[in-house]
Design a protein. Structure first.
Length: 192
């Protein structure tokens, strides 16, 4: 019952962010002509907003959630940290998924001829903006009631089909500063 109340509260907060997220998805599709669809989903597989004509977004969201659960287990089991993005190349194009904030996922569908570097650049930027929008909306104090439950973990990943050609990326490890710069000395300069 507590879970049902929590979900009901989340649904009431969702419309405000939904319009902004949908507008962000439309702007993204206008910047990337070979992008055929974009959807923002909650980590549990529910659709927050979409701009994906001809795509069964509810099914895509469910499958994305299942695949991400498997990727999380794989990254954890191999010590790679929290996954930030996942790219699958199929015969007809690409599917790219990016973490967007604490609990939202951005999924992009693109034609085979898309510039993959541009897809990543625009996808990462859009995911960051969507994450800010949704996380800010979630930061609004909820109505008095029961304390929120921790996020549910997806268990459907065990039945998810294999994803041939998939790659996952994790957050980069912190880098160390260059020794000459940490010692307080400036880098040598040359004059011509």
């Amino acid at each position: 019952m507590i879970r049902a109340l929590r979900q009901r509260s989340e649904r009431k907060q969702r419309p405000a962010a939904e319009a902004e997220v949908r507008a962000e998805l439309r702007r993204l599709r206008s910047r990337l002509p070979r992008l055929t669809g974009a959807l923002a989903t909650c980590a549990d597989g529910t659709v927050l907003a979409d701009d994906a004509p001809g795509v069964a977004t509810e099914k895509a969201a469910e499958l994305t959630s299942a695949v991400l659960a498997a990727v999380l287990r794989l990254a954890d089991g191999t010590g790679r940290g929290t996954p930030c993005e996942l790219v699958v190349r199929g015969e007809s194009g690409y599917l790219a998924t990016y973490a967007a904030g604490r609990s939202t996922v951005l999924t992009l569908l693109a034609e085979d001829g898309v510039n993959l570097g541009r897809l990543h650049l625009e996808g990462r930027r859009c995911a960051a903006r969507i994450g800010e929008l949704v996380d800010r909306q979630a930061a609004v104090p909820p109505a008095p009631g029961p304390a929120p439950l921790p996020p549910a973990t997806a268990t459907a990943a065990a039945t998810a089909p294999g994803a041939a050609g998939a790659t996952a990326t994790t957050a980069p490890a912190p880098t160390r500063a260059h020794p000459s710069r940490t010692a307080g000395t400036a880098a040598p300069t040359t004059h011509s």
